[in-house]
Design a protein around this ligand. Structure first.
Ligand SMILES: Cc1cc2nc3c(=O)[nH]c(=O)nc-3n(C[C@H](O)[C@H](O)[C@H](O)COP(=O)(O)O)c2cc1C
Length: 168
């Protein structure tokens, strides 16, 4: 089988990621032909480890599932994707991405790619309604949009899979 295009797939610790990420995002993405280069925030990695979903995720990709930086001298474990999907994205990680804060491997890989010519990025965020009243929130979304990022809110009570359509 010819390997498909690489999708940089990133997830952070939103409620449900520990049980829904593999079924509703990673598996459907692999079925659509993407070769997955997955990076999780440290918290999301811990949650998926606890539920056993990390093993299911690993079985979907021949590449490492990352959550830590490599050691100096180690090979880079992922190719450089031209397409990224960050979903589900927490409010904290969206803010960090917009501000350029790279404090874990997930925010680092996204921050390195954001604004790169030829790179496409979709961010599906799951946040409480109160986030929309936070004075900085809209500015973060506007910053990402100005860099060409497509943003979309994920619903807690509907499958997340629809966000994959935004990659087309
Ligand atoms: C059970 C649980 C569910 C959470 N769900 C969400 C969520 O859906 N959206 C969100 O923005 N934050 C949520 N949070 C808060 C984030 O996990 C927290 O802000 C964390 O620092 C985000 O880190 P990360 O983006 O680096 O994974 C949740 C926290 C817990 C404990």
């Amino acid at each position: 089988m010819t390997p498909g295009p690489v999708l940089g797939l990133v997830a952070s610790s939103c409620g449900g990621v520990e049980s829904r990420f593999v079924t509703e995002i990673a598996e459907p993405a692999a079925l659509r032909g993407w070769r997955l280069a997955v990076t999780l925030t440290p918290t999301a990695h811990r949650w998926l480890t606890t539920t056993g979903e990390l093993e299911r995720l690993r079985a979907l990709t021949g590449l490492d599932v990352r959550s830590e930086s490599r050691l100096p001298g180690e090979e880079r474990p992922h190719p450089d994707p031209e397409v990224f999907l960050f979903a589900p994205a927490s409010a904290g990680s969206v803010a960090k991405l917009a501000l350029g804060l790279a404090d874990n491997q997930a925010t680092t890989v996204l921050g390195d790619a954001l604004g790169e010519p030829g790179v496409r990025m979709v961010v599906g965020y799951q946040v409480r309604d109160s986030r929309f009243r936070h004075p900085a929130w809209q500015g973060h979304l506007d910053t990402l949009a100005s860099a060409g990022v497509t943003t979309s809110r994920l619903a807690v009570d509907r499958p997340w899979t629809g966000v994959l359509d935004l990659l087309e």
